[in-house]
Ligand binder design. Structure first.
Ligand code: ZN
Length: 153
């Protein structure tokens, strides 16, 4: 598991408890504030992680010797680094999309059928934009068409 992977423990940190929210309106202003906080914390972690990764890479460059196995390791590190950055960039993009949805008041609702996605799923995946039914349906469709565009959320 990579360090930038999201953890729902962030919600414990900000003391968000969906059960306490049952009486209030779904995705009320108070609740979306919690989600906003988590998304921003997550984004900060990702950016810090990206910067740290770059530092490590720079340190590696200065240590590369003419040893052929060292160079192979170095190239492997570069490709790992590039892939990690790519994944981080995509995640940050999704987080930004989530923040826009919060501002628009559409956060937490399925963009396919419009139903409430639910706190359980939103806490597990704060970047989710589809309810579990639509997500499952789209995954089946993807498998059929062989496209992996939507991949993970
Ligand atoms: Zn749906």
């Amino acid at each position: 598991m990579t360090k930038f992977e999201y953890s729902s423990e962030l919600f414990n940190k900000i003391q968000f408890n969906p059960e306490q929210m049952q009486d209030s309106e779904y995705m009320s202003k108070d609740v979306t504030e919690f989600f906003k906080k988590v998304l921003l914390m997550w984004k900060r972690t990702l950016i810090a992680e990206a910067e740290h990764g770059l530092e490590t890479l720079k340190a590696d460059v200065s240590q590369v010797s003419s040893d052929i196995s060292d160079q192979a390791t170095y190239e492997e590190n570069i490709s790992l680094h590039v892939r990690a950055r790519d994944r981080e960039r995509k995640l940050i993009q999704k987080i930004d999309e989530g923040l826009i949805l919060i501002d628009r008041g559409d956060y937490g609702f399925c963009n396919e059928c419009g139903i409430e996605i639910g706190y359980d799923r939103m806490v597990a995946r704060p970047t989710a934009t589809m309810c579990i039914d639509c997500k499952t349906a789209s995954e089946i469709k993807e498998r059929h068409t062989g496209s992996f565009m939507a991949e993970e959320e």
